[in-house]
Design a protein around this ligand. Structure first.
Ligand code: ADE
Ligand code: ZN
Length: 329
């Protein structure tokens, strides 16, 4: 089996970033918005560092205005993701980009995404769930309406709540109100931590926000006790190695801690984060893990199983996906 043809489960993918940049350029042209400054001569997103990446990301979302834009985005993103053999993915979507946290508007955006998602499942065989994500750099007060949007639309399609954005703003506990609200609505929880912050940020996120998954979490490797705790508790890391390399959260593939974390018993999964920004795909992630750490088909099978177990979807969907993984093997 080639890396391209292996079926894959992807848990950490930002909705607004999952379509090719050409899609965003096309939308911007239709709306006569000039966002040409965020692209390089080859038409790719151009950014200097993480802070600039967040600015470029925000600028790209200006092209996404109506629920219909999000329907088209969802379809295009899932078409692209399915090309790498992804049979199931979860995407992070922020109400801040979909009506600014207004629940009525958010419901219209989400309905449109669902339409795009079902069409993509029909056409490309990819199953999809969404996770509402608040943006940390907007502060705890802005996280509350996002959590309310999540709570009001919790269900089979919108299954989780999380937080992305600039990690060094505030402390995890500042956002406890929003995570409590989402948990009480029955949502599964994840949060970016330990991408830029140290092991203390990962530990505080688990303690204060009571999440079952951590986005990135790679800096946990700097604290042996925390690594043991993650392994013991079964906390799942949504690791995005290609993103970490391009954003320089690590110095290169050889220095990436994913293999060490896995070998110490931590449940690691692999995702692309924002694939067009980092010139990556799930197939490229698998290839790089093979090249760097020698991971082979058995390793990727185990990786898929960890991701499937940690997925924020219902048991029937998991059983269908398990069968697909089995059939492919
Ligand atoms: N939003 C999109 N990509 C992100 C990342 N890698 N870290 C934090 N927030 C993000
Ligand atoms: Zn992310």
């Amino acid at each position: 089996m080639t890396f391209a043809s292996m079926p894959k489960i992807e848990l950490h993918l930002h909705h607004e970033a999952a379509a090719p940049p050409g899609f965003i350029r096309q939308l911007a042209a239709e709306k006569k918005i000039d966002i040409s400054g965020i692209f390089d001569d080859a038409g790719n997103y151009a950014f200097r560092d993480f802070a600039h990446f967040l600015e470029v990301y925000d600028a790209a979302t200006q092209a996404l205005q109506s629920p219909e834009d999000f329907r088209r985005l969802t379809y295009a993103a899932l078409e692209e993701t399915a090309k790498s053999g992804v049979i199931y993915c979860e995407t992070f979507v922020s109400p801040d980009f979909c009506g600014g946290g207004d629940v009525t508007a958010w419901k219209e955006y989400l309905a449109a995404m669902k339409e795009g998602s079902y069409a993509a499942e029909r056409d490309f065989g990819i199953a999809h769930r969404t996770i509402v994500t608040c943006l940390r750099h907007l502060g705890p007060e802005k996280a509350k309406p996002a959590a309310l949007c999540a709570a009001e639309t919790a269900g089979a399609y919108m299954t989780g709540f999380g937080m992305a954005g600039a990690e060094m703003v505030g402390r995890p506990g500042d956002f406890a109100y929003s995570f409590d609200l989402a948990r009480e609505a029955g949502l599964a929880l994840t949060c970016h931590a330990g991408e830029w912050g140290g092991p203390d940020m990962v530990a505080d996120t688990i303690r204060d926000l009571k999440v079952s998954r951590i986005g990135h979490g790679i800096n946990a490797i700097k604290d042996d006790g925390l690594v043991d705790q993650l392994a013991e508790d079964g906390t799942v890391l949504e690791v995005c190695p290609g993103s970490n390399v391009v954003l320089r959260a690590v110095t290169g593939w050889d220095a990436h801690p994913i293999a060490k974390l896995r070998d110490r018993g931590v449940k690691v999964t692999v995702s692309t984060d924002d694939p067009p920004f980092f010139h990556t795909t799930m197939t490229a992630e698998f290839e790089n893990l093979h090249r760097t750490f020698g991971w082979d088909e058995a390793d990727f099978k185990a990786l898929n199983q960890t991701a499937l177990d940690a997925a924020f979807c219902d048991a029937d969907t998991k059983a269908n996906l398990a069968k697909k993984l089995e059939d492919a093997a």
